[in-house]
Design a protein around this ligand. Structure first.
Ligand SMILES: O=c1ccn([C@H]2C[C@H](O)[C@@H](COP(=O)(O)OP(=O)(O)OP(=O)(O)O)O2)c(=O)[nH]1
Ligand SMILES: [Mg+2]
Length: 156
């Protein structure tokens, strides 16, 4: 499925399962929590996953939320997607946030809390210039193309 070699992974907490794909072909491997935590509404907490990896230079690890936990409980990742640099050898941690406005979320050790994707990344250089080339978009952004009038709440 990939021409990258298997990525060296250390289990810093052997009691936590290896990150695995729920289904062959899934983009991400699920990461598990190493501790029990309660996340109150609106609160965030940094949770360990018990693993460290040696990603090849030219790749990046991206930590994404799990959609099921997001839809059911409001659980997400503060800095989604989290960036795991190729040179990072420490424990991968996940900064979880509870977006639910009413209910606390209980995370238990071993729960699959997020997913790690590995992607190739271009390590480009930048060159300073006086002018940039013209494009049809130009400097338009942040809604310049319209199409969201119906999403505006009355009175706002
Ligand atoms: O969700 C995340 C995000 C980052 N990291 C680790 C791996 C990454 O390589 C390192 C630094 O992340 P980042 O560059 O996003 O954070 P920073 O605030 O810029 O810290 P630094 O100054 O160490 O680069 O922290 C995680 O374990 N989980
Ligand atoms: Mg950084």
């Amino acid at each position: 499925m990939t021409d990258l070699s298997p990525i060296p992974l250390r289990r810093l907490d052997p009691g936590v399962p290896m990150p695995t794909r729920a289904h062959a072909g899934d983009a991400g491997v699920d990461l598990c929590a190493t501790s029990d935590v309660t996340i109150e509404p609106g609160q965030r907490v940094l949770v360990g996953t018990g693993v460290a990896v040696a990603l090849p230079v030219g790749t990046v690890g991206l930590i994404h939320p799990r959609s099921g936990l997001a839809a059911k409980f409001g659980l997400s990742v503060v800095n989604t997607p989290g960036t795991v640099d190729a040179g990072y050898r420490g424990e991968i941690k996940v900064c979880l946030i509870n977006h639910d406005t009413e209910h606390a979320i209980e995370v238990n050790r071993g729960d699959r809390i997020a997913q790690l994707l590995v992607q190739r990344v271009e390590l480009v250089d930048f060159v300073e210039v006086e002018e940039l080339d013209d494009t049809t978009r130009g400097s338009g952004g942040y809604g310049s193309s319209g199409g969201h009038a119906g999403l505006v709440k009355e009175g706002s």
